[in-house]
Design a protein around this ligand. Structure first.
Ligand SMILES: [Zn+2]
Length: 269
């Protein structure tokens, strides 16, 4: 499932490919639920003819600024992703929406599992600061008055936006914190370690152009269809039973708020 580094990789590639500044000449909606609650016709009416401005991101959301008052907000969910083609439009089997842009560029939204969503809204509500740019001060403020299990807190997008299962496990390992601990029990030193760990693993993920796991058709790939380079760098996620990279003991697996969590019972306290 794409998390912040994967979405940021796609955003940077869309910008580098010159998608910004083009007008949306034609809108094709192949899977109506992608644009719910709007109907494809209502969505098309609002978007067709608009100019795509800056492409931003907050947490796991891509934000396409439109020249109207609403923005196109895209969440990739499980298997969503983009690719570009040029010239005459040829739709792919898993395309759920396609924007034909000026200059003959086609922006395809491919989503085998169909959970990805496109929304039109002025802004995003209910999200905490972005995990890539959150400051130490903001992070400490977000921790104020919280007493959640650490793994659940990191997954809570209203706490810090952009962290999912992979980077939550990696950050807790990096900080040497037990994912089952309550956030209210953290000392200032531990809070700082957690802040540094979250920003470190997220930045490393961005640098390596994201993480791709498994070999199925639904796995994350970037705009060019390439898998992320971060898979080899993962220290705990998906490594249950394998030796801890620090102490050599087998890594432990548990469920926390219905999410598989892998950690080292010896190193993480
Ligand atoms: Zn260990």
């Amino acid at each position: 499932m794409p998390e912040l580094p994967e979405v940021e990789t796609i955003r940077r590639q869309l910008c580098a490919a010159g998608v910004e500044g083009r007008s949306i000449e034609k809108v094709h909606i192949e899977w109506p639920r992608t644009v719910e609650p709007l109907t494809p016709a209502a969505f098309r009416k609002q978007v067709q003819g608009c100019r795509l401005g800056k492409i931003d991101r907050h947490g796991k959301w891509l934000i396409f600024r439109l020249d109207g008052k609403e923005n196109l907000l895209v969440h990739l969910r499980m298997t969503g992703g983009f690719y570009l083609t040029k010239g005459a439009l040829k739709k792919g089997p898993h395309d759920r929406a396609v924007l034909q842009l000026s200059g003959g560029l086609n922006l395809h939204f491919r989503d085998p599992r169909k959970f990805g969503r496109w929304r039109l809204a002025a802004s995003l509500d209910g999200l905490g600061p972005d995990a890539l740019t959150v400051t130490r001060k903001q992070f400490f403020q977000c921790l104020e008055g919280q007493n959640k299990v650490l793994k659940a807190l990191l997954l809570d997008q209203s706490f810090v936006a952009g962290v999912g299962n992979i980077y939550a496990d990696e950050a807790l390992f990096e900080a040497r914190l037990d994912p089952r601990r309550k956030s209210g029990s953290l000392s200032d030193t531990e809070k700082l370690a957690l802040y540094k760990a979250v920003t470190k693993v997220i930045k490393a993920g961005v640098r390596n152009k994201g993480t791709s796991l498994g070999d199925g058709q639904g796995n994350y790939t970037d705009l060019n269809g390439d898998a992320g380079g971060h898979r080899e760098k993962v220290k705990v996620y998906g490594r249950s039973g394998q030796p801890c990279t620090v102490c050599g003991q087998p890594l432990h697996k548990t469920q926390i708020t219905q999410r598989t969590t892998v950690f080292c019972v010896h190193c993480q306290n």
